[in-house]
Design a protein around this ligand. Structure first.
Ligand SMILES: [Zn+2]
Ligand SMILES: [Zn+2]
Ligand SMILES: [Zn+2]
Ligand SMILES: [Zn+2]
Length: 147
């Protein structure tokens, strides 16, 4: 898109009136500062973070309430780096083996029917006591959640 538009020729995407004064540019769209609001709560999004979905804009809280995914472990909303496994979504830090409580190397886990086990634990026969595992540094390479 040619970027020769001046702000006085630009229509506000929200009220469809000419933008004048302070104008916000969001991706390739323009808004009056006061028109760039959360679709749900109407709070200004001119400051701070926002999310967009299907052409609408949301504050972080409302976006999460409407479209957010909750971590299967801590029930908090996940943002940024997440791990999805077995149809569930986890914070990277919450995605741990049910037995050794370590983040699984390579994020590979096996669901046994009742437990999510890392590749090491799944090979250890079930018996009482804590299996010995050496802590493994998990590589910082989660999947980015983009809805
Ligand atoms: Zn406007
Ligand atoms: Zn809101
Ligand atoms: Zn979590
Ligand atoms: Zn394990």
């Amino acid at each position: 898109m040619p970027s020769r538009r001046r702000c006085c020729k630009t229509l506000c995407q929200s009220c469809k009136k000419k933008c004048s004064g302070e104008v916000l540019r969001v991706q390739d769209k323009y808004f009056h500062t006061q028109c760039f609001k959360c679709k749900v709560c109407g709070n200004s999004l001119a400051q701070g973070g926002f999310f967009s979905k299907d052409g609408a804009y949301y504050c972080t809280a409302d976006y999460q309430r409407n479209f957010g995914t909750k971590c299967a472990t801590c029930q908090d909303y996940v943002e940024g780096e997440v791990v999805t496994a077995l149809g569930k979504t986890y914070h990277k830090k919450c995605f741990t083996c049910d037995r050794c409580r370590q983040p699984p190397p390579d994020e590979k886990v096996t669901y046994t029917g009742k437990e999510v086990l890392c590749q090491k634990c799944v090979q250890i026969p079930v018996r009482d006591g804590t299996p010995k595992t050496s802590p493994t540094t998990n590589h910082a390479n989660g999947k980015i959640a983009v809805n």
